[in-house]
Every structure is written in C-alpha cells, then in structure tokens.
Design a protein around this ligand. Structure first.
Ligand SMILES: [Zn+2]
Ligand SMILES: [Zn+2]
Length: 375
C-alpha cells in the first residue's frame, strides 16, 4: 500500500484566475464568473412555474366566484395552488443557493474553508503522519482539484470542482446536485408534479363545465382552461417520470451518475487474480482496456450490484431521515423536510456498503480475468 499523499497548504499568492493544472485549487471553489446567459435555463425554469398563474387566477375567478358563486372553493383552490407553488420555489431556491457538497463539509456547520480546517501546513506534513485515508487509491484523489476525493464524490467539469455524492449537474438549475441539495431537488420535483396535476385536474373539470354549460361562460375562459389542462398534463407526465426515477434511486441508494455509469464499478473491484492467459489487466481495470465481452460482463453485473443498498428503510433514512432528540425536535425536522426537503444525513464522505456486494464484485473480478483466457 503506498503512502497517503498529504494535502499541503502552501502560502503562495497567485493572481486570481491563474490556476495551472498543477496549482492547488480549493475543492470548495465554484466557478462564479459565469456569463449572464449561463443562467437563462434557470430563468426559463422559474418562468415555466410562474407562467400558468394569470390563467389560473382568471379561471378561479370566473369559474368559482362568478359562475358557481362559491368563495369557499375559490379560497381553497387558491390556497392549495399557491402553497404548492411556494414549496416548489423554496426547494428550487435551496438547490440554487446551497452548496451541493463541499469536500470539507461537516454536518451542522455552514460552509467552512478547507484552508482553515483540513489543510496541513508544510511543516506539519513533513513532521507528522499524513491523513488517515489513503488518498493515493484510485478514485480517492482528484487530479483536477488536487485534493482528497471521498467515497461517492465526483468532479463536475461544468462547475470545475468536486461535489460530495454528486448526483448530476442539472442544466435547468445550472447547478450540481449533491449530498446537501439532493433532498431539496426531489422535493422540488414532487412539488412541481403535484402542482401540475392539481392545475390539470382543476382545468379539465372547469373545461367539462364550459362544454356542458356554454351559454353561461364567456369565450376566453375555455382557452385559458385548455392551456392549463395541456401544460398541467405535459408537466405532470414529464416531471412525474423524473419523480418516479428518483424515488427508485433513493429506494435502491444510487445516484444518477452511479446508475448510468456501469464502469464506475471497476473502481470498487478487489485485486484481480493472475490471468491464465498471462495478459494482465490494470488494478483496477480501466474501461478502455476491456474487450467487448468484458464490457458486457461489467454492464450485466452493474444491473445486479448495488454497492450502497442497505435496505429501503435505511436508504430512505440517509436522504430523508427525521432523526431528532425528542418529539419537538423530530417535528421540527419533519416541518423542515416538508418545507424544502432539507439535507441528506451524515457527513457525505463515508457510506455503509451492501455486504453482499463484496462477493459479487469478487465474482466479477474473476469473470473478467477468465474472459482474458479466450483471447
Ligand atoms: Zn475535483
Ligand atoms: Zn456542476
């Protein structure tokens, strides 16, 4: 086992924006000087959420107040619609504003500077032992940030930094979704789906009324109802399918990245046994040195091996856990989760592994080596 590479903090002053590939970049640093048009997808997302509201108000006033003369239903529908809109916007704001997962994150603390807490001075590095984790292992050191890369951490090339338990970089939110923002992202998807479904059902109901009582309704209201029904149904189906996908990921404890990248498994393989053909793969094997049949083996194994699946209850607890000391504290957490989704449990650096996965990985390692025999 090679010696751990210490993280050194040299007090060298560099002009801003002059990072060379070899210069240390703080892992919590985000690309902040983006051009204005980079945020257009985010504005578009907010616009899509707000766009149906003029039509909703028109339909509610004409249908519930003027035709049905029911202020109670008018108020009730107004409260439900704006509560769901508020919840969607709150979790969207959390996703955009909160750091998705700084590598130096400690639960209960706001974003801290790696330079203050985790970095070793040059003297400390030379005199004392290095960090306890062996960051020289594959996948445990980011060559782009030149910093430790804990388990399930990945480097986002768009943001130019590493993110703890990176799920994916969302182009619509122009932000990474990671350990600290994933619950808010799921909350946002669920809120938008509920809002879209509610609006669609409201619009379809009033549209049916318009067709059956066309003498009591004006010409423009059915157009608003038609627009709301179409937009609501499209959003409910599109965003709803994402909700279903992410509920599956939470239940099986996978990130989007882990689910769509079968070759990430290679990093977790145990040391490969000697090959009977004499053609030895790297340890761990690299994707580009695998044959077609070996790649097929990895892809098939990826469908069965869930590295972090420790049972659906505990998987859900990692993302939406409501631990708290006492009843009052637990209710506080529940309300916080209902408001914006909250943050994932734990430090985001270590995760319990599925005990059955080790045997399956050992079998995959053997199968990969045996496959070289037939070359
Ligand atoms: Zn990185
Ligand atoms: Zn990103």
């Amino acid at each position: 086992m090679s010696r751990a590479r210490p993280y050194l903090s040299f007090e060298l002053q560099e002009p801003a924006g002059s990072h060379s590939p070899t210069s240390p970049i703080p892992p919590h640093e985000t690309v902040t000087n983006r051009p204005w048009y980079h945020y257009l997808p985010l504005l578009f997302t907010v616009g899509l959420i707000l766009s149906p509201h003029p039509s909703i108000l028109i339909v509610l006033v004409r249908y519930h107040l003027q035709i049905l003369e029911s202020p109670l239903y008018f108020g009730l529908n107004l409260i439900i619609t704006y509560t769901l809109t508020f919840l969607a916007l709150v979790s969207l704001l959390v996703c955009v504003v909160r750091d998705p997962g700084p590598v130096d994150y400690k639960p209960g603390e706001e974003d801290s500077s790696l330079g203050d807490e985790n970095a070793m001075s040059l003297t400390e590095a030379l005199m004392g032992p290095g960090p306890t984790d062996d960051y020289s292992e594959p996948g445990k050191w980011c060559n782009k940030c030149w910093a430790p890369k804990p388990e399930r951490t990945h480097h986002c090339s768009t943001c130019g930094r590493c993110v703890l338990k990176l799920d994916h970089h969302c182009m619509w939110l122009t932000k990474c979704l990671g350990h600290r923002t994933y619950p808010s992202f799921v909350h946002f998807l669920i809120s938008v789906t509920l809002l879209a479904t509610y609006i669609a059902s409201l619009a379809i109901k009033s549209l049916i009324f318009a067709f059956t009582h066309y003498e009591s309704i004006d010409e423009t209201t059915p157009l608003h109802e038609l627009f709301l029904a179409a937009e609501g149904l499209i959003f409910a189906m599109v965003v709803g399918s994402f909700v279903a996908y992410h509920l599956y990921l939470v239940t099986t404890n996978q990130t989007t990245l882990e689910h769509i990248s079968p070759y990430l498994l290679l990093r977790y393989l145990p040391a490969l046994p000697p090959s009977p053909s004499g053609q030895q793969l790297s340890n761990p094997p690299q994707e580009d040195e695998l044959t077609y049949y070996q790649r097929r083996l990895v892809r098939r194994a990826h469908g069965r091996i869930r590295l972090y699946d420790i049972g659906w209850r505990q998987n859900w607890a990692q993302v939406f856990g409501i631990d708290g000391l006492g009843k009052a504290a637990r209710w506080k957490v529940i309300l916080y989760r209902l408001l914006c989704g909250g943050s994932s449990k734990g430090d985001g650096r270590t995760y319990p592994r599925n005990p059955r996965a080790e045997d399956m990985l050992a079998n995959l390692a053997t199968d990969l080596v045996m496959e070289t025999k037939d070359l």
